[in-house]
Design a protein around this ligand. Structure first.
Ligand SMILES: Nc1ncnc2c1ncn2[C@@H]1O[C@H](COP(=O)(O)OP(=O)(O)O)[C@@H](O)[C@H]1O
Ligand SMILES: [Mg+2]
Length: 188
């Protein structure tokens, strides 16, 4: 099965996942190569940094400048099969990610998988280094909006489960900022 994203194609094979950034013909070839290589490297580096910090992400290697070989998670995305009880683990992993100074950048239920036991954060294509409370809160803001719009019947329980694993220090800082972001959104 091959999935076509905005920037990459993802092929789900028997035992692995191949994520490739194909050529974009509207870009100058030299620039195109540089961008694809840089984004592929950035994704790999961020996945590895997450791994080193004990976050559940698939093992990932590099096939060439534009292709990552990713451990296949035998499960479903939370978008395909939403499991409110899995949100506690999501909270633990997202907090660890932020403590490690990384943001995910696209924290939707499409980018979280569950194998029946563990959750995995996938798709580090928009991930970057950041220790800023604002950036951490923006990660949470997107997730919260997706939960509210895509899984409204589970929203309350899911969000409570997500927050239940957060340490008080983190709750204080990030949740306060999240409230501010929500306020800004309301009055825009
Ligand atoms: N390691 C994996 N194991 C199983 N399925 C995966 C894995 N990585 C990605 N997928 C599936 O492919 C989809 C697209 O992959 P993703 O890395 O999110 O690419 P994109 O950047 O195009 O969103 C995911 O939403 C998921 O359904
Ligand atoms: Mg994705």
């Amino acid at each position: 099965m091959k999935l076509q994203g905005a920037e990459a194609t993802v092929e789900i094979k028997e035992d692995k996942v191949i994520k490739e950034r194909p050529r974009k013909n509207y870009r100058h070839p030299k620039l195109d190569q540089r961008i694809r290589k840089q984004r592929t490297n950035a994704e790999l580096n961020n996945i590895r940094k997450a791994l080193r910090n004990g976050i559940n992400v698939p093992q990932t290697g590099q096939k060439n400048d534009y292709i990552l070989e990713i451990q296949k998670i035998e499960g479903e995305t939370l978008e395909e099969n939403f499991r409110p009880e899995a949100m506690k683990q999501v909270g633990e992993n997202v907090e660890k990610l932020h403590e490690a100074g990384l943001i995910h950048g696209d924290l939707t239920t499409k980018n979280i998988m569950f194998d029946g036991e563990k959750i995995y954060l996938i798709d580090f294509g928009l991930s970057k280094d950041s220790k800023k409370t604002e950036d951490h809160a923006v990660d949470l803001h997107l997730l919260k909006q997706i939960l509210d719009s895509s899984h409204p019947e589970h929203f309350k329980q899911a969000w409570n489960n997500f927050l239940s694993s957060y340490t008080p220090e983190f709750q204080d800082k990030v949740l306060k900022r999240l409230e501010e972001i929500e306020e800004r959104g309301r009055y825009k």
